[in-house]
Write a protein that binds this ligand. Structure first.
Ligand SMILES: Nc1ncnc2c1ncn2[C@@H]1O[C@H](COP(=O)(O)OP(=O)(O)OP(=O)(O)O)[C@@H](O)[C@H]1O
Ligand SMILES: [Mg+2]
Length: 172
């Protein structure tokens, strides 16, 4: 398990970019964390580093979006927020073998699709919400930009997941 603090939006994009050179076709990355945690931000940094074509955004009306990349291995970006069961994700028939697959809200929903994955959990600090409340009527530009540190936990599952976790640790 890797734990780290990511100070701001650029740092979260940089984490995605650090992951990019380690990933290959067949790899699965699950991003977990509340609304606005930074899952898409990390994916955007990952996509940029992979040379992905098309904007990496939260896919609101589509469940999955496939981006061609510079290496030829596509990046498949899934938003499983509205999916309730593993079965529903299964029904998307994602091509796990030929793509790098990143699933937002994937925890507990990918069983059966793969035996290995890297989980990245992103958490806002409890104290930050309270501080936001206190700063209520004198919001500065920085508050509006909303850069706050995130606690990030990275855990590999299965042989390839553990290998990815080790490579990421070595790359720190
Ligand atoms: N340390 C940080 N890491 C990541 N994002 C941050 C950080 N600080 C502030 N932010 C801001 O928080 C927001 C994160 O939004 P993002 O769309 O990435 O979240 P999400 O987890 O994908 O949410 P959703 O579940 O709605 O898809 C962005 O506006 C980003 O600029
Ligand atoms: Mg998102």
């Amino acid at each position: 398990m890797i734990t780290l603090t990511v100070d701001d939006t650029e740092g979260m994009e940089a984490l995605g970019a650090r992951l990019a050179p380690l990933l290959r076709a067949g790899d699965l990355v699950l991003l977990n964390g509340e609304l606005g945690a930074g899952k898409t931000t990390l994916t955007r940094g990952l996509g940029a580093a992979l040379g992905a074509r098309g904007a990496v955004t939260s896919p609101t009306f589509v469940l999955a979006r496939e981006h061609p990349t510079a290496s030829g291995v596509p990046l498949v970006h899934v938003d499983a927020y509205r999916l309730v069961t593993a079965r529903e994700l299964d029904d998307l028939d994602l091509d796990y073998d030929h793509a790098i697959v990143v699933v937002e809200w994937g925890a507990g929903k990918v069983d059966g699709g793969s035996d290995s994955w890297l989980s990245i959990d992103i958490r806002r600090r409890a104290g930050d919400a309270a501080r936001d409340d206190l700063s209520g009527d004198d919001l500065s530009g920085d508050d509006l930009a909303g850069d706050d540190p995130r606690d990030v936990t990275i855990t590999g599952t299965g042989p390839r997941g553990l290998e990815l976790e080790a490579s990421l640790q070595a790359a720190e």
